[in-house]
Design a binder for this molecule. Sequence first.
Ligand code: CA
Length: 223
Amino acid sequence: MSKGTVLLVEDEDAIADMLRGFFERDGFRFLHAVTGEEAIARLRTRPVNVVLLDLNLPGIDGIDVCRQIRGFSAVPVIMLTARDEEVDKIVGLEVGADDYVTKPFSPRELLARVRAVLRRIDEPREAPKVIEIDGVEIDGGRREVRTPDGEVIRPTAREFDLLWYLAENRGLALSRAQILSAVWGYDYFGETRTVDVHVRQLRKKIPALPLETVWGVGYRLDG
Ligand code: CA
């Protein structure tokens, strides 16, 4: 039985070939799109479990591809960035990527991240419940948020996990390191800045959320 379908969006065949072997051996179904346009067309008709998205693509670049995917899908997206440029990673997370790896990466590391993303989504939550904070309803079963005005917001997978963690621990100041290890859930090599970017996204999407910055520590959800 397939562990899930991975769609790689990458114009370098050598990388695609290497990853195909690796993921197929591990039991995944592996699809490869060379351009962002092709990937988007495919995703619209055939959903996948996770997208591995190269930043540097011919035609529309990875950032734009991610932005367009988020217009119609909450599929987990892991960005592959060739340049070790902070700005690209941050912009990638801001347009809705769940995670990124910097080239050159080991296929094993990438596989671990894919597994972690899928595990988090599949995890059966005990008695999915709704946590209500200042009129904002966070629905753990549907993984969506209803604002006091009745608007329904569907954060990305990672944003929701972060929100859920903060909500379950509301009233407590949580450090960035604590949040990283709880929400990202594996030996994360990224920086704590990743947390800041996701918090910023949550604040933008759900302004009614009493999400406070605790200086020198991290964040706290009041209520
Ligand atoms: Ca490329």
